[in-house]
Design a protein around this ligand. Structure first.
Ligand SMILES: [Zn+2]
Ligand SMILES: [Zn+2]
Length: 243
């Protein structure tokens, strides 16, 4: 078993910021694997934790390692692990569910009441190594670039948000062109949306969206429209909103 120390970004106190620290390499249980983290991405959740906003004050318990989006290599597996092997190139589903509650037993894992989120409720991936339950891992194709592999978690949000509604042949409004909103535009188009209308108050983000999404209408809202949720009144005839 790999022992020793590693570098990690630690949410070290109940306040603004984080620290680069040297901490113990985590041990693994029989159903877990140890992964060498090769790339991570920064989620909005990590910004909340770093800036110590109201949500994070009520949710996380420093000191701990945060971060949950990553790609890496399995370097050690627990005695009961059979779905992944040493050397596998993996990313992770970030919700660690209980597997025994009514929601889990009926396949509704996303609403398990006992969910632990990586980097929120337990040690995260802003470190050289992370220990995780093997059942949470996704094997990546060997030719998938690291920077794509690490953002599959927000991509999953975009896919599930858009596909929660009927998209085929419809006009879809995407409110907010942050990373997930941008992905949602692409997902909506791939899923056969007739037209996509993308809204944001941030011109930089709208410009980003314009660079790579065709046949989409872009509307820049002002702060008052945004806050008062007047977006729905900008155009009539929209069929589905994703926010
Ligand atoms: Zn995330
Ligand atoms: Zn559960």
């Amino acid at each position: 078993m790999l022992r020793g120390k590693m570098k990690a970004i630690v949410k070290h106190h109940r306040g603004y910021g984080a620290q680069l620290q040297v901490v113990d390499i985590p041990d693994i249980r029989d159903d877990e694997v140890l992964i060498r983290v090769k790339m991570t991405s920064i989620c909005g959740t990590d910004i909340h934790i770093f800036t110590w906003d109201e949500w994070s004050q009520g949710r996380v318990s420093p000191p701990y390692v945060f971060g949950h989006e990553f790609a890496g290599e399995v370097i050690e597996i627990g005695a009961r692990v059979s779905n992944v092997s040493v050397g596998d190139y993996v990313s992770a589903e970030t919700h660690i569910v209980c597997g025994t509650c009514r929601q889990c037993l009926t396949g509704q894992f996303h609403i398990c009441k006992k969910t632990d989120i990586i980097g929120v409720d337990k040690q995260g991936c802003f470190a050289d190594y992370i220990a995780l339950p093997a059942k949470n891992l996704w094997k990546n194709p060997s030719n998938m670039p690291l920077d794509i592999a690490t953002i599959q978690e927000p991509m999953g949000n975009a896919v599930h948000s858009v596909l929660a509604g009927e998209v085929l042949g419809k006009t879809v409004a995407i409110i907010g062109c942050g990373p997930i909103g941008l992905m949602a535009i692409a997902v909506a188009k791939a899923a056969g949306a007739d037209k996509v209308i993308a809204l944001d108050i941030n011109d930089y983000r709208l410009q980003l969206a314009k660079r790579w999404v065709l046949r989409t209408s872009f509307i820049q809202l002002n702060r008052i429209q945004w806050k008062s949720r007047k977006a729905s009144q900008v155009r009539r005839g929209w069929m589905l909103f994703v926010k």
